[in-house]
Design a protein around this ligand. Structure first.
Ligand code: KG4
Ligand code: ZN
Length: 410
């Protein structure tokens, strides 16, 4: 059979599968959603059905380009999204063997993120939904990260979620598809951003084992051969009894230690230090401790206020930094101690992609929440908090943590 014929047949079969007659004689359907993501440095698209089955996806990552330029340049990111979005969406549709006419809705990230990047996805999507007369579902990027786990396994609301990546760090209680309580967020930068900046300051791109890795991956790899006790960095915000994060002070401590070592070894910035493994280990250990402590307090706050179910309460860990095994172990110590169940989606679903956006679209479609007609004008929002801000209540509760022995095995 010619490939085009095979494709046509597959499409027809798919169509039969998506529109069927229920035993009650009423036409029923498994609705399909196209998801589009362009909030940062990944151009992603995917088609999902209502059960969460991924029918087709495509992802173009700009990470290599940004690694070479030493960070994301928004105009470069925008140009790369512009060059790739059409192809990525086309590929996702082709791989799914779904015709545009079969889609029930298009879901696209519209907040938060880089303005220039968000703009490309939104502009493309609005043209697309108008041309094909499809409902449009604007998506909050963090909501999508938080809900992805439900595509993979049955996790019911409410659950606690820790999102940590290059652009975000927050702790929230997910109570429903569009119902979140924000317990903590970063007051300055995100942990992945800190790890990326430390890696850059250490010139890890020149390290033979790290040249192709993101900052966080490079730090995790080198830390395996390092001793964190060689550099005792202070865990941030020890005197703030809330669940917010801060990483810029830690970065400052690390930079000072690097400068001291450079002076001692008589080398210039840009040359690899002999103690990179130890610095990587100490940085990673301090980030892990900080995340663990704030999460511990969030769990105690939730317990004190009945915000989580008494039977098998869950902590979901997601975002690019969540793939760090050392950080996972630190959080496991906390969840074991407090009786929570820790869930981490596989790395592929922790990072940015079109699948999580399509899934968020499915969740909203099922509940009939935030579905717009194609002609409604939608604007992107580079900054957009998630849910109801509870950070003042958390701070007022001033929960003191019991001491925990953080013996994290590498
Ligand atoms: O979710 P993501 O792909 O993109 C956003 O930032 O939204 O996360 C990328 C971030 C980068 O900062 C990267 O250094 C960090 O996640 N990262 C890691 C690891 N893998 C990626 N950080 C720590 N350990 C890792 N294994
Ligand atoms: Zn993200």
């Amino acid at each position: 059979m010619f490939p085009t014929k095979a494709k046509t047949l597959h499409r027809l079969l798919r169509f039969r599968h998506t529109v069927w007659c229920s035993p009650f004689g009423k036409a029923s359907s498994s609705r399909l959603v196209l998801g589009i993501e362009t909030s940062c440095d990944e151009t992603g698209a995917a088609v999902l059905d209502e059960t969460g089955e991924i029918l087709g996806e495509s992802l173009h990552s700009q990470k290599d380009v940004h690694l070479r330029t030493g960070g994301i340049i928004p105009t470069v990111a925008q140009q790369l999204h512009r060059e790739n979005i059409e192809r990525v969406v086309q590929e996702a549709l082709e791989r799914s063997n779904v015709d545009v006419s079969q889609l029930s809705a298009v879901a696209t990230t519209v907040k938060p993120g880089l303005a220039l990047s968000l703009g490309i996805g939104l502009e493309f999507s609005q043209r697309f939904v108008r041309r094909h007369s499809k409902p449009f579902i604007p998506i909050h990027h963090m909501e999508a990260h938080a809900l992805t786990v439900r595509m993979l396994q049955p996790v019911s609301f409410p659950f606690l979620v820790l999102l940590v990546s290059g652009g975000h760090s927050l702790l929230a209680v997910a109570r429903g598809v569009d119902d979140f309580l924000l317990l903590g967020h970063s007051l300055d930068e995100a942990p992945g951003d800190t790890l990326d900046k430390v890696a850059r300051r250490l010139s890890l791109i020149k390290h033979p084992r790290c040249s192709m890795l993101s900052g966080g991956q490079a730090i995790e790899l080198l830390a395996k051969d390092g001793d964190w006790k060689k550099f005792r960095f202070r865990t941030p915000m020890g005197q703030s009894y809330d669940c917010c994060f801060s990483f810029s002070g830690l970065r400052n401590q690390v930079t000072m230690a690097i400068m001291k070592k450079e002076a001692e070894e008589g080398i210039e910035q840009g040359t690899l230090l002999s103690c990179v493994n130890d610095i990587a280990a100490a940085t990673q250990h301090t980030v892990a401790r900080h995340l663990a402590k704030r999460t511990h307090r969030a769990i105690l706050f939730c317990k004190a206020n009945g915000l989580l179910p008494s039977s098998s309460p869950t902590l979901v860990l997601s975002g690019g930094v969540a793939s760090n095994q050392y950080i996972r172990k630190a959080l496991t110590i906390i969840t074991d101690m407090t009786g929570l169940h820790l869930l981490c989606p596989p790395a592929k679903f922790c990072t940015d992609n079109g699948v999580m956006i399509a899934w968020n679209g499915v969740e909203r479609l099922r509940e009939g929440k935030g579905i717009l007609s194609p002609n409604v004008d939608v604007y992107y929002e580079p900054k957009a908090p998630l849910g109801v801000d509870m950070t003042a209540e958390v701070k007022a509760a001033a929960i003191k943590l019991p001491s925990v022995r953080m013996k994290i095995l590498n």
